[in-house]
Design a protein around this ligand. Structure first.
Ligand SMILES: NC(=O)C1=CN([C@@H]2O[C@H](COP(=O)(O)OP(=O)(O)OC[C@H]3O[C@@H](n4cnc5c(N)ncnc54)[C@H](O)[C@@H]3O)[C@@H](O)[C@H]2O)C=CC1
Ligand SMILES: O=C(CO)COP(=O)(O)O
Length: 304
């Protein structure tokens, strides 16, 4: 919507032909009610046609990215595949750029991430994001291609930093939601956000990320948004956990799988990720909020 509103020709692809036909008729997307899809958007269910585009924005949940790429038979030689998903693939323990590189080795992977609710961007509200691509020249071109007057992209070559910040902030958002849902207070949430940020940075730096990237839009920026807004699904899921309520299983909650993925990695690599480990235990119903709180508070006192 943002790109089309800025005059670019955009094709929107979805796998369900019936849904796409309805969207063509109504010019409205079921998950973005009240937002008119500009006429500049061509709506299609033909993946082989769409996959010929020079730049593809991949906006599916992380755990389905690999399947989507395998559904595209073309090698996507030299095409730019920009992952918009935030998470770590449970099957491989890797982020979206690696999943792309493995499925389509001749394509150019990039990541678009940062604090941005889809509805805000679609409404034309001002938003700033990180566009990360290991190839600096292509990253520069993508930054200019995908920026609009209200959507401001900063570029980075630190793909690991950008994608791990985006993945891990969802885990911290679940923790913060649980904290507020259980009535533990805003001070506890601020502590979780701060120690969560330390945990995100530690994990990402272990994978070669620059700490500065974590302090940018893709890390701290998105952490601030997702840990404080009830528009976040991860935060709301956490709130439900904290209140002991159920949560709609059809809603995408990326942090749940990511918590499990990073906890498995942390165990293998002897990394200390206490908050992610606590969130994984909550998500898998191996522990209650009271139990994980007790675990976190009883850890040995240490330097900050
Ligand atoms: N919604 C938001 O505000 C934002 C979402 N993201 C990220 O974007 C990613 C997608 O999120 P949403 O669009 O909100 O999720 P969603 O669950 O609302 O929509 C995902 C879409 O992907 C489709 N899909 C699922 N598996 C597929 C497959 N194998 N092949 C083709 N299509 C498939 C679904 O049918 C659905 O239409 C997530 O990683 C999320 O963290 C990032 C920033 C903001
Ligand atoms: O990533 C997002 C905002 O930047 C969207 O967050 P949720 O997936 O928690 O709704």
């Amino acid at each position: 919507v943002a790109l089309a509103s800025a005059g670019q020709a955009v094709t929107l692809w979805g796998r369900n032909a019936g849904t796409m036909a309805r969207m063509r008729d109504t010019r409205e997307a079921p998950r973005l009610p009240g937002i008119a899809l500009p006429r500049e958007i061509t709506i299609s269910a033909e993946i082989e046609t769409v996959s010929q585009a020079q730049t593809l924005l991949l906006a599916v949940p992380m755990q389905t990215l690999s399947a989507l790429l395998h559904d595209i038979s073309a090698p996507l030689n030299g095409q730019r595949l920009v992952a918009c998903c935030k998470g770590i693939d449970l099957g491989t323990g890797t982020g979206p750029s690696r999943v792309i590189a493995e499925a389509k080795p001749q394509a150019v992977p990039a990541v678009l991430t940062g604090p941005s609710f889809a509805a805000d961007i679609a409404r034309g509200l001002p938003t700033a994001l990180t566009l990360a691509c290991a190839d600096a020249e292509i990253g520069h071109a993508l930054q200019h291609q995908l920026s609009t007057p209200s959507l401001r992209l900063y570029r980075s070559t630190d793909v690991a930093g950008a994608e791990l910040g985006g993945a891990l902030k969802n885990v911290m958002a679940i923790a913060c939601g649980a904290c507020i849902g259980a009535g533990l207070g805003d001070s506890a949430r601020a502590a979780l956000m701060t120690r969560g940020f330390a945990e995100m940075t530690r994990f990402a730096v272990h994978y070669g990320a620059q700490p500065e990237t974590l302090a940018g839009l893709s890390g701290l920026g998105d952490l601030a948004l997702t840990c404080t807004s009830e528009l976040s699904r991860n935060y709301r899921f956490g709130q439900a956990l904290g209140r002991g309520e159920s949560f709609d299983a059809n809603v995408t909650v990326e942090g749940a799988a990511t918590a499990r993925a990073v906890t498995a990695i942390a165990q293998k690599r002897s990394l200390s990720l206490p908050i992610s480990t606590a969130v994984a235990a909550l998500v898998e119903q191996r522990a209650t909020v009271a139990e994980v709180l007790q675990d976190l508070l009883s850890r040995p006192l240490k330097e900050e």
